[in-house]
Design a protein around this ligand. Structure first.
Ligand SMILES: Nc1ncnc2c1ncn2[C@@H]1O[C@H](COP(=O)(O)OP(=O)(O)OP(=O)(O)O)[C@@H](O)[C@H]1O
Ligand SMILES: [Mg+2]
Length: 258
């Protein structure tokens, strides 16, 4: 237990007609401040479902998530919304940018959502400057006024990452952030995410199928069939399923001749 972000015995079932589908079957995970955690596992293992629960986009059927010691279940709807908009942020595989807004306007959006109508004129200038500087930092300085339709996949993902960082979130949840990109662009986005995580000491929890991204994480959590299979369990499974070793000289019962 870290006291920063703790998931305890998370279970999530979906009701499909008269059938109950258990998708998460008792997950515990502790994340420390500044951690970069990669969640890997086969398709359908429940990775996105778990990420959504950690990020307050979905509720578990049972179990609890605590952020800095406060269970999510104690939060009011307003507090949940504030955490989703300020404390946490999200980067998805398909960017989820607003198509009619420019790169700059998309990046500014979280600050606009945070501010009241009265406050917005006062924070607008600063928000634009911060968005410009983030987009610049991501090599998007010459694309500020392009709409998403006029940007490549990698450029759209850069805008989505800038948007995710605008509020200085404490945790960024990424669901396959490079899943829709070619290898070279994926590598560029990985480098970017990695340097941002290191620079800002922001916590990143990323679902990924990319071994190269997972390898760079501080910790890799493997999910299989709604459960976390930790290093020890993986080893135990590998040992239990491995063929018995052929007896070598060291195994020969030297002191016990037959
Ligand atoms: N709203 C829902 N209603 C019913 N079943 C759902 C719902 N959301 C997810 N599931 C089911 O839960 C299981 C896990 O889904 P999830 O999207 O979490 O998997 P995943 O590990 O992210 O897979 P992938 O790597 O393909 O993205 C799947 O069998 C999926 O069909
Ligand atoms: Mg998924």
């Amino acid at each position: 237990m870290s006291g920063f972000l703790d998931a305890r015995d998370i279970r999530r079932e979906f009701q499909i007609g008269d059938r109950t589908l258990p998708v998460l079957r008792g997950i515990d995970l502790s994340v420390e401040p500044g951690d970069v955690v990669a969640i890997v596992g086969p398709s359908g293992a429940g990775k996105s479902t778990f990420l959504h629960i950690l990020g307050l986009l979905d509720k578990p059927t049972s179990g609890s998530v605590l952020f800095k010691g406060t269970p999510y279940s104690d939060l009011s709807d307003g507090e949940r919304a504030r955490m989703r908009n300020s404390t946490f942020s999200f980067v998805f595989q398909f960017y989820h940018l607003l198509p009619e807004l420019s790169a700059l306007e998309n990046a500014i959006m979280p600050i606009m959502i945070q501010s009241s109508i009265l406050k917005w004129p006062m924070v607008r200038g600063d928000a634009r400057r911060r968005a410009k500087s983030l987009l610049d930092r991501m090599g998007m300085g010459s694309r500020l006024h392009h709409v998403p339709g006029a940007l490549s996949g990698g450029e759209r993902q850069r805008v989505a990452i800038a948007r995710a960082l605008m509020t200085n979130p404490e945790v960024v949840f990424c669901d396959e952030p490079t899943g829709n990109l070619d290898t070279v662009t994926s590598q560029e986005i990985q480098d970017l995410l990695w340097s941002l995580a290191e620079e800002r000491r922001t916590c990143f929890v990323m679902v990924t199928h990319e071994p190269s991204l997972a390898r760079r994480a501080h910790r890799v959590v493997r999910m299989v069939d709604g459960l976390i299979v930790d290093g020890e369990a993986q080893q135990a499974i590998a040992q239990a399923t491995a063929p018995p070793p052929a007896p070598g000289p060291a195994d020969s019962p030297a002191g016990n001749p037959v």
